[in-house]
Design a protein around this ligand. Structure first.
Ligand SMILES: [Zn+2]
Length: 54
């Protein structure tokens, strides 16, 4: 999904921080690498990593 409407908001350089979160899908744990801005908390990107070793 790409909701990138340019609304009126102060422009700043996103301070991207990468966090690894563990999500579960159909009972299977997945590790997700989530990049978000530590400033505005905007999620910049998300990509699934390989399945977490149980
Ligand atoms: Zn930001």
């Amino acid at each position: 999904m790409s909701v990138s409407l340019h609304r009126k908001r102060p422009l700043h350089r996103h301070k991207a921080v990468t966090t690894h979160v563990l999500s579960q899908h159909a009972g299977i744990p997945y590790e997700i690498e989530r990049t978000l801005c530590s400033d505005c908390r905007r999620v910049l990107g998300e990509r699934p990593l390989r399945r977490a070793a149980a």
